[in-house]
Design a binder for this molecule. Structure first.
Ligand SMILES: [Zn+2]
Length: 257
């Protein structure tokens, strides 16, 4: 029964194509998940850099404040020294000279105090921003950890699923004639090479002919071609997209697809 055998072969080829389509989808996800994990971790790393920069900015502001405070303390010691010298000054000139020195110190202090005030405000602002950023980074870290864990689990599940499907495929393959199988594999290889392994939306080796339409190119199958295909005597190809046709049988009791 050559006819039954060809129909059977077409059905098996179609099944193989469906299986491979599932496998490609899994493969795509397996490639995609590590990228997703990497992206999330890069985002956290970026926020940590921001946090470190903000932290350094605050440290710098506090360091400057300390330096200006030390300056004021040094000036206080110096001022006291000048004031003591004023008490024992022997001339008005000497007294005035010391007075000018003290004024100079006062001016220096006033300037330092202005700067300290500005820096204190700046530090408060930075502390607040830092606290907000820390909260954000911690939230992000926790979220990323959960998501990464989830993605890794998904990866594991998909790997198992892929391995099972590959095993089933290996067992399924011998049912198909070697010639057709080889033809299919050659086509598949060319597809993967030309589209860098991406899942193709409409690409298929074998096309269903349902309701008189080719499922691959969505164009009506010519009546003559359809009739020819339904005979199941020889492989028939879609006249527009050139795919191998697996058409709806003329009698409804035959299972399809
Ligand atoms: Zn077609």
């Amino acid at each position: 029964m050559a006819n039954a055998s060809l129909r059977q072969q077409l059905a098996l080829l179609y099944q193989l194509q469906e299986r491979d389509s599932e496998l490609l989808t899994i493969q795509q996800k397996l490639q995609d998940i590590p990228n997703q994990i990497e992206q999330r971790q890069a985002q956290v790393a970026k926020h940590e850099v921001d946090l470190a920069a903000k932290s350094a900015e605050l440290a710098e502001a506090e360091k400057t404040q300390r330096a200006r405070n030390a300056e004021i303390e040094t000036n206080a010691v110096q001022r006291e020294k000048y004031q003591n010298e004023q008490r024992t000054a022997t001339s008005n000139e000497a007294y005035s000279a010391l007075e000018r020195q003290i004024e100079f110190l006062d001016n220096q202090d006033a300037e330092a105090e202005d700067v300290i005030l500005i820096l204190m405000e700046e530090s408060d602002q930075l502390k607040q921003e830092l606290a907000e950023l820390e909260t954000l980074v911690n939230e992000e870290k926790a979220k990323t950890a959960t998501e990464t864990e989830q993605l890794r689990r998904e990866l594991g599940t998909l790997e198992t699923e892929r391995d099972e499907k590959l095993k089933a495929r290996k067992a399924f393959l011998p049912k198909i004639d070697k010639v057709r199988r080889d033809e299919y594999h050659r086509w598949m290889k060319a597809q993967l090479a030309s589209q860098s392994g991406a899942v193709r939306a409409n690409a298929s080796f074998i096309a269903l002919g349902k309701n008189g339409t080719c499922s691959s190119c969505r164009i009506a199958i010519q009546p003559q071609t359809l009739k020819e295909a339904q005979k199941d005597e020889k492989p028939v190809y879609c006249s527009s997209c050139k795919r191998l046709l697996y058409v709806e049988p003329a009698t409804p009791d035959v299972p399809f697809p």
